[in-house]
Design a binder for this molecule. Structure first.
Ligand code: GNR
Ligand code: NI
Length: 170
């Protein structure tokens, strides 16, 4: 397994819509395992393939607490098929926007249809942190970042700061 470098704001790859996964094979499972290792190393609770520069519709999540051990979940071609009217607010962060956090309001519960790592169709009903994380990751597959859900003033400030940081790294 390999830890892959994370793609950071304002890399245009993050704005690219990810392509549907056509085949769930060993190569894809290897990529999912690399993404999990990268996520645990960061550390984070979710990661979309586009965040390691691979714009395909694949994401990994582990929202287990410290004492629960690892509960890795792989979602391939996920689709939100239902959302609750009730909404909830979480302070979100993103591994592609390090050390920036902001409150985001989203549906409190979502139903997601996807393929698991065996290519089998699954449906999960999520609430709490898992619901928020799934929506955050599925946004990534559509080129959407959590800063798109905050005010334009705050978003412009964050993009400006990360654009400057990228220039310094170059
Ligand atoms: O590690 C992460 N934490 C997090 C916290 C609140 C809402 C969403 C997230 S996802 C984030 C990892 C990440 O950037 N996934 O795309
Ligand atoms: Ni993110």
């Amino acid at each position: 397994m390999t830890i892959k470098p994370l793609i950071l704001l304002p890399d245009p790859v993050l704005r690219q819509p990810s392509a549907t996964v056509e085949r769930v094979d060993d190569d894809l499972r290897r990529l999912a395992d690399d993404m999990l290792e990268t996520m645990y190393d960061a550390p984070g609770i979710g990661l979309a393939a586009v965040q390691v520069g691979i714009p395909r519709r694949l994401l990994v999540i582990d929202v287990a607490g410290e004492e629960e051990g690892r509960r890795p979940q792989v979602f391939i071609n996920p689709e939100v098929v239902a959302t609750s009217d009730e909404r909830s607010i979480y302070e979100e962060g993103c591994l592609s926007i390090p050390d920036y956090y902001a409150e985001v309001e989203r549906p409190a519960r979502v139903t997601v249809r996807h393929l698991d790592r065996d290519g089998k169709e699954q449906t999960v009903e999520a609430e709490g942190l898992l619901a928020t994380c799934l929506q955050h990751e599925i946004d990534h597959l559509n080129g959407v970042l959590f800063i798109d859900h905050i005010s334009k003033l705050k978003r412009d400030m964050v993009v400006k700061k990360f654009t400057k940081l990228a220039r310094q790294r170059a």
